[in-house]
Design a protein around this ligand. Structure first.
Ligand code: SF4
Ligand code: SF4
Length: 230
């Protein structure tokens, strides 16, 4: 860790300087402006000092060494695929590139320095090196279900997550106090390769299944989740 402003202890990050938080009214204005950006359905603010490195992973501070708050937005996967094409990763990246730029224009207009990130790197366990899921949870945009997807309270698990780092401190929104996963076990029961069990997720089994089919497996783990009306 090269940052002068942050100390790391047991995988947690702590500020060693105080920053004036962004005014709450300005925060809500920013949120409303980002909600006007195409396909964005919800926005949250995550306190990055609470971020924990995943095994073999990295941190947002690799991109912005004095990052304080992440502005996190979500869109519905179907909307993104419809607009940006059927190949999941291409579609996601094109959506993130365009949307990060638009969010950055808004933040800079409010005098906030920022950097949108797209990180396709994976750990040996096939997790994102920088965990967007964890950052979305810190922003109060959902909780992690048994399927290991972030489940948004209104949109369910079928969401795409974007992250724009700022070096300002914006009062955080999350995490949510209530777990949204109802333990219905639909994802666990219906996964065709048994990738999900009560306390683990076998990413390799899931990936291999999707590779063999050459497309998605129909994602019953997402489609059948009852949260968000699925
Ligand atoms: S995407 Fe398909 S293979 Fe992967 S966990 Fe979900 S249901 Fe199982
Ligand atoms: S399908 Fe049921 S068990 Fe699986 S994540 Fe959704 S609510 Fe939780």
């Amino acid at each position: 860790m090269t940052c002068e402003n942050i100390t790391e202890s047991k995988g947690r990050f702590e500020w060693i300087e105080n920053r004036e938080p962004v005014d709450i009214k300005v925060k809500e204005t920013i949120r409303n402006e980002i909600l006007e950006v195409g396909l964005v359905r919800d926005v949250g603010f995550a306190d990055l000092s609470q971020y924990s490195k995943v095994p073999g992973g990295s941190t947002p501070f690799e991109y912005l060494n004095d990052a304080g708050t992440a502005v996190v937005y979500v869109a519905e996967t179907d909307d993104v695929i419809q607009k940006y094409g059927k190949w999941y990763v291409v579609s996601l990246n094109n959506f993130l590139k365009k949307t990060n730029d638009k969010v950055a224009v808004i933040l800079r207009r409010h005098g906030i320095y920022c950097l949108g990130i797209i990180d396709e790197r994976l750990t040996d366990d096939l997790m994102g090196k920088v965990s967007f899921r964890q950052i979305a949870v810190l922003a109060g945009l959902g909780t992690v279900g048994k399927s290991t997807c972030v489940i948004h309270p209104r949109l369910g698990p079928s969401i795409m997550i974007g992250v724009v780092l700022t070096n300002s401190y914006v009062p955080r929104d999350g995490p949510l106090e209530k777990e949204l996963c109802s333990d219905c076990d639909a994802c666990l029961r219906e996964c065709p390769v048994g990738a999900i069990d009560d306390d683990s997720f076998n990413r390799r089994k899931c990936k291999d299944r999707r590779k063999i089919l050459g497309k998605g497996c129909g994602t019953p783990c997402i489609v059948l989740c009852p949260v968000g009306g699925g």
